[in-house]
Design a binder for this molecule. Structure first.
Ligand SMILES: NC(=O)c1ccc[n+]([C@@H]2O[C@H](COP(=O)([O-])OP(=O)(O)OC[C@H]3O[C@@H](n4cnc5c(N)ncnc54)[C@H](OP(=O)(O)O)[C@@H]3O)[C@@H](O)[C@H]2O)c1
Length: 334
């Protein structure tokens, strides 16, 4: 049988500062014959994520080699009994149109009638799970509490806002990079207040939005956002530290640590970092909680979907610049 050739993207140089399209190259890859336990997958959707910027630095992804990332694909050839032709799986062989995946490296997606497939990379995927774990396991958000989310108009941020509303949060405040994205948070995504972080000192904007202080901060940005949140947190507040997108483009020169870090002691604040990959066991909890809300339409996955594998690099670079609202995805095939 004639085998398809995969189109793929490789990293060909490492960026100094913000990456550009020249750091990547599109290549053709021939696909090997399948070994026992392997499947050939036609990829349908790929996620582009901020952590990938860190992988571009020394010690991360290899140059001129296959890359990785979360991808949804349909099995088109199978030598694994558990993954028949037609099965739709989540795997990590991203940045290519077709992938050879082992059964151990594949997660067979549950079918949730009425829920779009792409949700398995956004609100039901690692992105939504990060928000869920940050709110429920790390910060232990309680009904009525005031929550601040940074990078609020992105994938984790919009999932966090919608989940927090359903969990009974009191006031939900978000920061983002433009006034239009801030307006979208309050008009469509359940936030009570939102601001553009370019509009003056973040702590001032936060105090206006939360005059009684914050109980919980879900930090996606680090740097000046973290410092401002520590200022405005109430005694016994909690910080779930999810990411630090403000520093990924400047590994040699990260933003200074919060100058008020010792206030964590004075206010008895709990600051805890987490990686979602250590909480994969929470996935069934998220499904049980969220799928009924997705089916009823109470939650609509917030996604920016870029069409076509040719645009995967543009989608990644655009996400780092804030071109997305909600989760940035690339649609590779129907
Ligand atoms: N701990 C974990 O296991 C885990 C898992 C998933 C994600 N994360 C982290 O969660 C955060 C959000 O990830 P995501 O996938 O949902 O990405 P995202 O928020 O959808 O996209 C990144 C967003 O970051 C914002 N941004 C870029 N540069 C910034 C800067 N200098 N200061 C403030 N904001 C900036 C941009 O929006 P604006 O227009 O608002 O600037 C952009 O849309 C990232 O830090 C990521 O590393 C952690």
């Amino acid at each position: 049988m004639s085998r398809p050739t995969a189109r793929a993207v490789h990293l060909v140089s490492r960026p100094a500062g913000a990456p550009t399209a020249e750091n990547f190259a599109f290549v053709e890859e021939s696909l090997p014959a399948l070994a026992a336990g392997e499947v050939l997958v036609e990829n349908l959707y790929q996620s582009v994520d901020p952590y990938m910027r860190e992988e571009m630095d020394e010690g991360g992804w290899e140059l001129h080699a296959p890359l990785e990332g979360r991808t949804l694909g349909r099995v088109v050839e199978s030598r694994a009994d558990a993954l028949p032709v037609g099965a739709v799986i989540l795997h990590r062989q991203a940045w290519r149109t077709h992938s050879v995946v082992t059964a151990e490296g594949a997660f067979l997606l549950p079918e949730f009638a009425g829920v779009p497939l792409s949700a398995h990379l956004s609100v039901l995927g690692g992105t939504g799970l990060s928000a869920w774990v940050g709110l429920t396991r790390i910060a232990r958000l309680q009904p009525g509490e005031t929550l601040f989310v940074s990078a609020a108009a992105g994938g984790v941020g919009t999932a966090a806002g919608q989940l927090a509303r359903l969990l009974g949060a009191g006031r939900i405040i978000g920061s983002t990079g433009t006034a239009a994205k801030a307006a979208r948070l309050t008009e469509h995504l359940g936030f009570d207040a939102a601001f553009d972080y370019h509009d003056g000192p973040i702590a001032d904007r936060l105090r206006e939005a939360a005059p009684d202080g914050l109980h919980v901060y879900l930090d996606n940005v680090g740097g000046d956002h973290l410092e401002a949140a520590i200022d405005v947190l109430r005694d016994h507040g909690r910080i779930a530290w999810c990411g630090a997108v403000a520093q990924y483009n400047r590994p040699q020169d990260p933003p200074p640590a919060p100058r008020n870090l010792f206030d964590v002691v004075g206010k008895s604040v709990r600051l805890e970092g987490f990686l979602v990959r250590n909480h994969i066991d929470a996935r069934p909890e998220l499904y049980d909680f969220l799928v009924p809300h997705l089916r009823s339409g109470a939650v609509v996955p917030d996604e920016t979907v870029v069409d076509g594998f040719d645009h995967v690099v543009d989608a990644f670079l655009g996400m780092l610049r804030g071109a997305n609202t909600g989760k940035m995805l690339v649609k590779i095939a129907d």
